[in-house]
Design a protein around this ligand. Structure first.
Ligand SMILES: [Zn+2]
Length: 296
């Protein structure tokens, strides 16, 4: 599929309602069209003055069981599925208004957001996309064994590997070229998950208060606990990790252009650190290109 060279937004406002996964707060979310070069911005519609928080790496405040943004007193938690839906559809500019400190979790995947955005319709803006060009290979390695690599390629590809020391979770890998079709068919519907032994501790930390089998898969010692639907894919877990990675990389603020990403033991904290390295490498490349132009 050919990439759209133009920036996009949505045609009209669209709204969703539900509860926040971690806070359990009732929450509604409104997507609004926006102008070229404004990027993706969250607004806390429930707070005085409707404070804005840019969906950018500099505003990440924590990465505990989700990616959380903040600017001053205003915070918005667990934004990765919303961002993943925007990037999956190639949306560069959009305002996201939330009525609470967390968007609704919906079914635990990105699909409800994708469907709402498609209902609103996409529109091209009169400005070229500002792709993130990678000058060379970028690697990231963490003490817990997480490993990430990005290298220039002729398309946008992700290979993800999930490694958990759990009898129900054998090592799971998936590679794909990410475009609109593959995102919709293979990634967007994959739901979030947690392990049964974590549930009590998450809840005692004040997390997963809105969690249920309607919005998460719970991995037990010898079985998966799901709603009546069962697993959507045998490897739904690695697909969801890909969904999260696409969401977290959105915080760079530029669509990723022709690179191959390989990632093992993915998590939000690692995704964000890796995104910072990609951003720095691409910034250096842009600076050196500007210097060449100035010298001419
Ligand atoms: Zn997730």
């Amino acid at each position: 599929m050919k990439e759209n060279p133009l920036q996009t937004t949505i045609k009209e406002e669209v709204r969703l309602e539900g509860v926040g996964l971690h806070t359990g707060n009732k929450s509604s979310l409104t997507f609004r069209p926006s102008l070229a070069n404004t990027g993706i911005r969250f607004f806390r519609a429930d707070l005085p003055g409707i404070p804005m928080i840019p969906a950018r790496l500099a505003f990440v405040v924590t990465t505990v069981r989700g990616t959380n943004l903040g600017l001053g007193e205003a915070k918005v938690h667990t934004i990765e599925h919303v961002l993943s839906a925007c990037t999956g559809l190639g949306i560069d500019n959009i305002d996201v208004l939330t009525s609470a400190n967390e968007p609704p979790i919906m079914d635990g995947s990105a699909m409800p957001f994708v469907e709402a955005l498609l209902r609103a319709g996409l529109v091209d803006l009169d400005a070229p996309k500002r792709w993130l060009h990678l000058p060379h290979e970028v690697t990231y390695q963490a003490k817990d064994g997480a490993r990430y690599r990005a290298e220039p390629s002729d398309r946008f590809e992700i290979s993800a590997t999930l490694i958990h020391d759990h009898p129900m979770m054998p090592k799971m890998s998936l590679s794909m070229t990410v475009d609109l079709e593959s995102y919709l068919a293979e990634v967007a519907r994959a739901r979030t998950f947690c392990f049964e032994h974590e549930v009590a501790s998450l809840q005692s930390q004040g997390l997963a208060q809105g969690g249920s089998l309607e919005n998460a898969i719970v991995i037990g010692k010898s079985e998966f606990h799901t709603n009546a639907e069962g697993l959507r894919y045998q490897d739904e877990f690695v697909r969801h990790k890909m969904l999260d990675l696409i969401g977290d990389l959105t915080l760079i603020g530029r669509p990723l252009f022709k690179m191959r990403i390989t990632a093992e033991r993915l998590g939000h904290a690692h995704n964000v650190e890796f995104a910072k390295l990609l951003d720095e490498a691409a910034k250096k490349l842009r600076k050196s290109k500007n210097r060449v132009l100035e010298a001419k």
